[in-house]
Ligand binder design. Sequence first.
Ligand code: XCC
Ligand code: SF4
Length: 673
Amino acid sequence: MAEEKVAVKAAKVADPIAATIDGATQQMIKRAQELGIETVFDRAVTMKPCNIGAQGTCCKNCAMGPCRLPLPKGGVADGDDRKGLCGATANTIAARNFARMVAAGAAAHSDHGRSVAEVFLSVARKETGDYRIKDPDKLLAIAPHYGVATTVDADGETRDRDIDEIALEVAEIAMAEWGKPDGELLGLKRAPAPLYERWKKLGELPRNIDREIVDIMHRTHMGVDQDYKNIVKQCTRASLADGWGGSMIATDLQDVMFGTPYPLQAEANMGIMKEDHVNIIIHGHEPILSEMIVAASQSQEMIDYAKKSGAKGIQLGGICCTGNEILQRHGVPPAGTFLQQELAIVTGACDAMVVDVQCVFQNLANVAKCFHTKLITTHPMARMEQDNVIHIEFDEHHAMEDAKRIVTMAIDNFNNRGAEVMIPHQKATQIAGFSVESIKYHLGGSFRGDYYTLNDNIINGRIRGVAGVVGCNNARTRHNEAHIKVVKELIKNDVLVLTTGCNGIACAMEGLLVPETAAVYCGPGLKEVCETVGIPPVLHLGSCVDNSRILLAATEVVKAGGLGKDLRDLPVAGSAPEWMSEKAISIGHYFVSSGVYTVFGVTLPVSGAPVFQDYLFNGCEKLYGGMWDLIEDPIEHAQAMIAHIDKKRKELGIDRARERVLMDMADRQKLEA
Ligand code: XCC
Ligand code: SF4
């Protein structure tokens, strides 16, 4: 008996079916388990999250703590006297923790933007030959938003200014957005005027990007801001500095240097990897690196070298948002979402995985150790302690050289593969590459080239509303299940979906990003629009920083008229069904403070402070017109968004129009029957 008790229990591992809805991912989880390689899915089974942290009420902001304030079993209806050693209430603690997530998220996006701006400045100063201005029209379009004139008046006539001159001015002004001593962020004025005026009245206009982030770190230090409402105010400033600042500048300047995305066809999922090719997986966020790897691997020199080494060619694949960047502009297929990063190596066919910043698992190094895969870090800010990781620092001044070194290393590694190659066959076709500009073209038509047609279809009710569904995967919930269920429920109810980030990859893998999807999954109104225009009902707008495109698309809708004067008036809603990153909190808060009802799935670390939570879920609506919500069940999640969309339709007086359209459709179907 005693012996039986000490018998070694088999290590607990994940059930692949319970872990993900995706066949390729299930297959590779099993494969990893057969090989004795542990992945995030297994760790999610063996390690439980901390209950108090999950409630948002663990404070470790000073060494008298950590002070832990779990919600009492009986709730706090009869009063709440929980406090930390210093007296900080649950509201203060949860709000401070929330604010620090906003700060980290805004910092990550905005620092990415800063890198892009720095490279753009080098381009403008002609210090690098590897990058250039690929889209001068975009530069001319954004210049006025940076206060840069595109024409000059001389001798009574107006002439176009030199493009290099414009570039240099835009670059210098953009760089100053991070640290200028006076004024306010320039991007805010791109919002509809009433929205800008509201931020101003609330005293929440961000001053410069870095300052708002530093402000949060100071304010949430022990013994500073101890009023959750005032802390939320600062969350607004910092998150706006992300959405209408750092992220927007990143998107702007990436488009200028690498091209504004236009629709293109590609594939998605691990089946894009090829056994007879050199497979290079690019993972992280900054296209500064991935753009160059794309260029290097398309060079004849590298292709010839790959062939000489016995491969048929070079296959690139993306993971996470840098994957989205090169998908949008070059059609490079994503090999998977955030949660598939380890599994891309488990295929045994990944000759190199190149990473820069954000969302990169440290466990990649442990997985890579079991295969021939070269794991290459490239960013001075992001290195790994494991000794099998190679660091090749990437520098814009010799970018092509660095990229070729990396690609060469991958090619040289091709013949080191072991026998254990197993690439899942699953992959789906997708149409990606949407942008504010291309939506204008597709939904407005080349003649009018504006958002009128979209607005008409919203007003007449064929399109019920628009949803931004974005964000990560989270190993605490079944991979991709909520992403797909939320999106399907929305399009079934005639809501057009704009997607970014790992939601975009999830939708692509599921085959939702093709026009043919409309006939299968959409309600009658949205189906009709998609079929007439030839677009998918889910439009992929890119990476996490490209959520700024969603803000600007919504602004275009306001401008086109007929749907109110402010983002808060629009029949729109936001969602992050499987979020995990601090960046998602920053995004969520700039959506909310821009007037959008925003629903998160999985969890939100605020439940331990019910008063603060209520302020986010209800109080914010009075201030901003937008508010937070947490709904785990994907169908209820989508239905809450639809209810909000319907509420806005009613306020706009266009709820009747939709009833008529549906009647018409039903009548028509009856006639057809
Ligand atoms: Fe990372 Fe951007 Fe999240 Fe995906 S979605 S897990 S942040 S890669 Ni933006
Ligand atoms: Fe505890 Fe206050 Fe210190 Fe936080 S700041 S750890 S609540 S004493």
